[in-house]
Design a binder for this molecule. Sequence first.
Ligand code: ASP
Ligand code: MG
Length: 420
Amino acid sequence: MKVFKFGGASVNTVDRIQNVKQILSLYANEKLVVIISAMGKTTNALEKVAEAFYAGNKDEALQLFTVIKNQHLNTAKYLLVTHYNACYEQLNNFFTEVEWLLHDKPVREYDYYYDQIVCVGELLSTCIVSYFLNEEGINNKWIDVRDIIRTDDNFRDANIDWNVTEGKVKSMIDGLWSTNNIILTQGFIGSTDENESTTLGREGSDYTAAVFANLLNAESQTIWKDVEGVMSADPKHFPDAQLMPELSFDEVIEMAYYGAQVIHPKTIKPLQNKGIPLHVKCFLDPSLAGTIISKKQAKHLPPVVIIKEKQALIHLHSQDFSFVGEKPMSELYKMLGELNIKPNLIQTGAISLQLCLDDRAEKIEQLAAAASLIFDVQVEKNLSLLTIRHFNNELLAKMTNDKQIILKQQTPETVQVLYK
Ligand code: ASP
Ligand code: MG
């Protein structure tokens, strides 16, 4: 049994959905769990609906939602003939659920409404793709993943209840294989024990796929993307970016930590824990080998380049020239924990400390306010953080020559440079 995940770009047009069918037809004799994201930029569009609704702009919210509705109906019309009516009916049920909610007045927290609205993106896309595949003879069973993935009510970043979810996977999926080769469902969404919808954090479908792979002891997971595989840098900015055919779980976790947008960071643990290899393959050309990520340590990796823009550096200086010892340090870490802030880099000195973080205004203000009780605080903005793993000095020089370097940290494996 294998788990496949198709992202939003792989289903954003009629042609692309037909392409998914082509790919699945290459695996006709396999048992597959297929996880599909919302189409294209639907999740972003639904976020706008949620924002308008919460701001009290009901008409705008309904209008924005109508655009999304029509896009999906048009796609269904193009793709379906015999199954159109049944699909239309199911789509309509999802539309109605959202529209009812949009007619209410918000009385709960924003994140709750966000999840009730945004979750519909994956329900719509999988509904259409499932009917289309069935019409084309690729038989599959559609499942509402909210009946399986149980989470807490930490809306927008919900945590999976593994015990309940495992029980549901067993009771709902195991019995289906005798009559189905493909089980088709959603990523990114789940539900609480009170049947409220939840989401797992943006780009969370990779993670859902890994949860299924883990609980079903899959032989592998494949993420189908519009790139050749995992690249050593963002090819849009670095023409020298190279495909990395093999990577270890450790390397991918490190890359995700430093900000590479390869794979949702939570994806690796469920796979690593059971030694399930992860393939990253190109849906535009399934004959390409792509990247395989596994327990095996890959040798001879090229330099891996990651750039995080919009960084802020917080300078903390002891107020009376006393050393920054254990006590202020532990206070500072407590603040970071409480504010849920993960610094991208920390540099300590005798009487000062510097923290580099993503420039999110409200977080920086909160941290600056809290830290000002024990430190003098200064904030510097508009910086970029370059990380190179497996670096060489020539590349480092080439990438930083014309930059004003603010801070540099280096280990034998990794160099990080914060610059203007
Ligand atoms: N549709 C969701 C998003 O765009 C989840 C995903 O694609 O992984 O964030
Ligand atoms: Mg996506």
